[in-house]
Design a binder for this molecule. Structure first.
Ligand code: ADP
Length: 217
């Protein structure tokens, strides 16, 4: 299958017959924190960032097509994709970004579908940071869960976690969907403005809802 066909196939095939929830939110909103709480309750959590890392690690299946498209200059000494170099390259070149995505997105889609088929439990949560922004993830999941917090809270959490300054975090936030856009797409919202304990009843309620929905699929 050539790359063009793979990209088309990516748009057409259903993700899985499983009941699937797409969990998203801005950087630092609390996606990982919330996903871990669902996993503790028995949800099958599949993180697209983890899968993208595996695909581009040494011996990952994306390495050969990346070399074919970009040359071995973007591969580090260990055989993995040089993420920093590639990030800088696609930041300054929109066509390169599109070419990289046309390699990675179909592979991510296939891997997430495969993982979902094999997952235990009544439902599957895909963690997709750019669910609203990229591709057709909104059609691939049966339900969209947004982790939401005030932009000031988000800013401070990311500054602390990643040791970045305010304008660096704001620059990242500017590349993502707005809070409003995410909330408009949401079927469910978890508010993460206060202490982590405030997440517990929200996660417990939605876990019960998703189990019921997964049972009746
Ligand atoms: P994301 O996966 O959306 O980028 P994380 O779950 O990693 O977000 O959360 C961002 C940072 O904020 C992490 O350092 C996390 O430990 C912290 N954090 C998340 N939720 C809370 C909360 N309710 N109170 C305090 N810190 C939090």
């Amino acid at each position: 299958m050539n790359q063009h066909d793979a990209a088309n196939d990516d748009k057409l095939a259903p993700t899985t017959h499983r009941f699937t929830v797409g969990l998203t939110g801005g950087i630092g909103s609390g996606k990982t924190t919330v996903a871990n709480m669902f996993a503790e309750r028995g949800a099958a959590v599949i993180d697209t960032d983890v899968i993208a890392h595996q695909l581009t690690a040494a011996n990952g299946i994306a390495i050969a097509p990346i070399i074919a498209e970009f040359g071995s200059a973007f591969i580090d000494a260990s055989g993995a994709m040089d993420r920093a170099k590639m990030r800088a390259h696609v930041f300054s070149d929109a066509s390169a970004k599109q070419r990289l995505e046309s390699i990675l997105h179909p592979l991510i889609r296939a891997e997430t579908a495969r993982a979902a088929e094999h997952a235990e439990g009544l439902y599957v949560i895909f963690v997709v940071p750019l669910l609203i922004e990229s591709g057709n993830w909104t059609q691939r999941v049966k339900r969209i869960l947004v982790v939401d917090c005030d932009e000031q809270v988000q800013l401070h959490r990311v500054m602390q976690r990643n040791a970045l300054n305010q304008s660096q975090v704001q620059a990242i936030m500017a590349t993502q969907a707005t809070r409003q856009q995410r909330l408009q797409a949401a079927d469910d919202v978890i508010v993460n403005n206060s202490e982590p304990a405030a997440l517990l009843p929200q996660v417990t309620r939605l876990h019960a809802l998703y189990e019921a929905m997964g049972r009746s699929i």
